[in-house]
Design a protein around this ligand. Structure first.
Ligand code: N2P
Length: 345
């Protein structure tokens, strides 16, 4: 009997979930400038789990790397909604055991149950935000800037910044032409490419990493900006203004997900839970100035953030905006034109 019990205990231990003996490491792969160091340090201090933070600049780059690694190597990633379906189809994401995550009640129900992940089986929202127009008042009378089309105004020639993010930049062109940013119609995608190609002589740079600096130093005078970057740039250079074009903003939602091959899933759950705390989510907003789906955090934001329309979006403007969605097979067409655009003279 005793031998039997020993064997049973050994069997149970062997069969217990891997989190029981997980090493104290968490490999996070996130957009750059997105998770504050202070938050990472606070988590490590509290849990003893060392966070190894690697960063990427686009969904496409993150996806390519994860695919190459077969969904292994990282324990937590932050894909935008429109990449969640793509990754799920490739079997790159692990189903979430939500009973291991705390603080989900802090999230705005509107941010949950999104079309890209019904029931939040694979993802938990982290931050969301917009793409708008950032313009320097010294270059132009900003009251006359109404549309995405205004990027082509002669005043901005050679001083336009386009995003080095494929869907953002194509989105602008599609909106300027009156199409949906999620079109899969080849003619419309081609027309957007032509529009961007015609704009190219005006374009100083395609960028996502140093956009704030380019606007602050006035190397560029108009262009696309994520709301968080715009907020920071406007503080440094009061001549900058964030404009909501009449065609509406583009909206994205970034989410935590655990890659299928993650080796430290329990640590990932702990980290997500830590980030769901209102005071931690507040730090994330106040450092990077994006919008938070964490309603409890939104309530305790310092007034300078809480009162900013760049961070806490007007519901009407939100309703007028368009959310970037997966475009299925058309992604290849976008990518083809994107390459052509970047290499065109
Ligand atoms: C922050 C990244 C914002 C992510 N640097 C836009 N999806």
């Amino acid at each position: 009997m005793k031998t039997f019990l020993v064997a049973l205990v050994a069997l149970l231990l062997a069969a217990s979930p891997s989190w029981a003996e997980e090493e104290k490491v968490l490999n996070v792969f996130s957009w750059s400038e997105y998770i504050p160091q202070e938050v990472v340090n606070g988590f490590t201090k509290e849990t003893g789990i060392k966070v190894v933070l690697s960063t990427y600049e686009s969904n496409e780059a993150m996806y390519a790397k994860l695919k190459l690694l077969g969904g292994k190597g990282y324990d937590l990633i932050v894909p935008s909604g429109y990449f969640v379906e793509v990754m799920a189809r490739d079997g790159l994401l692990a189903p979430l055991d939500k009973s291991r995550i705390t603080g989900l009640e802090n999230l705005d129900p509107l941010s949950l149950d999104q079309p890209f992940d019904k029931g939040n089986a694979l993802t938990i929202p982290y931050m969301w935000g917009t793409v708008g127009l950032l313009v320097n008042k010294k270059a132009v009378d900003v009251s006359t800037i109404k549309s995405w089309k205004d990027l082509a105004r002669p005043e901005f020639k050679g001083k336009v910044l386009l995003s080095d993010d494929l869907r953002d930049t194509f989105g602008v062109a599609l909106k300027a032409l009156g199409y949906s940013i999620n079109t899969t119609n080849p003619d419309e995608i081609k027309a957007a490419y032509e529009w961007l190609k015609a704009l190219k002589p005006s374009v100083r740079v395609f960028d996502v990493t140093a956009t704030k600096q380019a606007f602050i130093s006035e190397e560029v005078t108009a262009g696309l900006s994520w709301n968080g970057d715009a907020f920071i740039a406007m503080q440094e250079n009061p001549d900058l203004e964030f404009i909501v074009p009449e065609e509406g903003l583009m909206i994205w939602l970034d989410n935590f997900a655990i890659p299928a091959g993650a080796e430290h899933k329990e640590n990932a759950y702990k980290f997500i839970s830590y980030l769901m705390r209102p005071e931690v989510a507040k730090l994330c907003v106040e450092e990077f100035n994006y919008s938070t789906p964490n309603k409890a955090a939104e309530k305790i934001l310092e007034p300078e953030y809480a009162q900013s329309k760049v961070i806490v979006l007007d519901p009407e403007e939100m309703a007028r905006g368009e959310v970037t969605l997966d475009v299925g097979k058309a992604r290849e067409l976008y990518e083809k034109y994107w390459e052509q655009l970047k290499t065109a003279d």
